[in-house]
Write a protein that binds this ligand. Structure first.
Ligand SMILES: Nc1ncnc2c1ncn2[C@@H]1O[C@H](COP(=O)(O)OP(=O)(O)OP(=O)(O)O)[C@@H](O)[C@H]1O
Ligand code: SF4
Ligand SMILES: [Mg+2]
Length: 338
């Protein structure tokens, strides 16, 4: 990670809501607002891996897509390399987008099964790098095939995605994302569909590319232990809101939000001296019916332990600084020592 800690991306009060049908609503049109990302403020620093962690539906993918301008924010601001994305012209936005890429959980989401590897890697260059001649394009393709370890496959350029194993397909998707030489990559659960045996290889590949190309990653995962292994910082999300952010080691070993603590307590390798299990109560509420006060109170073990304080039910907690570069959003974060 860069020593200067310069921000590549600055997100302020970001909101993404969707108008959706809700069968439970009695009104005539039966639509309601779903709060997928709810007033999130966060910076992503040049050269870092920031992991976004939280259970299914908490808004991880929507956050990544909003940064990439794939979904339109309904509120707040996103600045990329100092530029307010909402103020960019279409042309400027295209230039910005060329510097950002997305790696999906399922490589087939980005790969066209009817295109061979040559076409898969040539097409983005033909569209976005018109300045390159044929020889330069071939050199780049060769370079990225080597960088992702696919160069030794026989007649590799003529192969189709279905000729490759799951791990090789993800390598190809990574090459296709990297060939435009982005500075920022959103990796959305990039190893969760792969066999355990190839996960480590793909993660190593991604971290090697990051080092060599000075990339910044937003790494989306539901797996806190994976985030802990590979990220510089971790942001924990719950029901559309960020609830804790800090250095990966501190978020795991000195976590200060009861939700993060519940996630940590199920990581088998983290020693838990108190041997206490912090169980999440009940079900995650609907993002269309977000609880009043602290949205986590319906599932919070600390709320129960403290005798259900009224403050938790009525007042949204603010972020408090709980350590160096470490913040948590709980009324009792300062008490919650490890
Ligand atoms: N296009 C859409 N229209 C309506 N609702 C959406 C849309 N995209 C996402 N949502 C809803 O927004 C919420 C956040 O979704 P999102 O996909 O960002 O969650 P996630 O954290 O990535 O979940 P997962 O771990 O399952 O991928 C969910 O309730 C989801 O159903
Ligand atoms: S503010 Fe209250 S309900 Fe929310 S996380 Fe803290 S203790 Fe739990
Ligand atoms: Mg997702």
């Amino acid at each position: 990670m860069s020593e200067e800690n310069k921000n590549l991306i600055e997100i302020k009060d970001l909101e993404v809501t969707f108008q959706v049908r809700n069968k439970r609503m009695k009104s005539v049109n039966k639509t309601g607002l779903l709060h997928a990302v709810d007033k999130v403020t966060l910076d992503i620093r040049e050269g870092e891996t920031l992991a976004v962690v939280g259970e299914s539906g908490c808004g991880k993918t929507t956050l990544g897509k909003a940064i990439l301008n794939i979904v339109k924010p309904t509120g707040g601001e996103i600045h990329f390399a100092g530029r307010d994305l909402a103020a960019c012209s279409r042309k400027e936005m295209q230039l910005m987008r060329d510097r950002m890429q997305l790696i999906f959980q399922d490589p087939y989401e980005s790969l066209n099964p009817r295109q061979n590897i040559l076409k898969t890697l040539t097409e983005p260059l033909s569209i976005h790098r018109k300045d390159l001649g044929e020889e330069e394009k071939s050199e780049l393709i060769q370079h990225y095939l080597e960088a992702v370890g696919l160069h030794s496959i026989e007649n590799v350029l003529e192969r189709y995605p279905h000729h490759l194993s799951g791990g090789q397909r993800q390598r190809l998707a990574i090459a296709a994302a990297m060939i435009l030489e982005p500075v920022f990559v959103v990796a959305d659960e990039p190893v969760s569909m792969l066999d355990v045996s190839v996960r480590a290889e793909i993660l190593k590949l991604m971290l090697d590319l990051q080092k060599n190309k000075n990339l910044t990653y937003l790494f989306i995962t539901h797996d806190l232990s994976l985030a802990w292994m590979i990220a510089d910082r971790i942001a924990v999300f719950y029901l559309g809101k960020m609830v804790e952010i800090g250095p990966a080691h501190d978020v795991v070993h000195r976590c200060r939000h009861p939700y993060s603590r519940a996630l940590v307590s199920v990581i088998p390798t983290v020693e838990d001296s108190s041997e206490e299990r912090y169980v999440l109560l009940g079900e995650t509420p609907s993002p269309m019916l977000i609880p009043e006060g602290c949205r986590f109170h319906t599932r919070c073990w600390l709320y129960q332990k403290k005798g259900c304080p009224v403050q938790c039910r009525t007042v949204q907690p603010e972020f408090v600084t709980v350590g160096q570069d470490h913040m948590a959003c709980c009324h009792f974060a300062e008490e919650l020592e490890s």
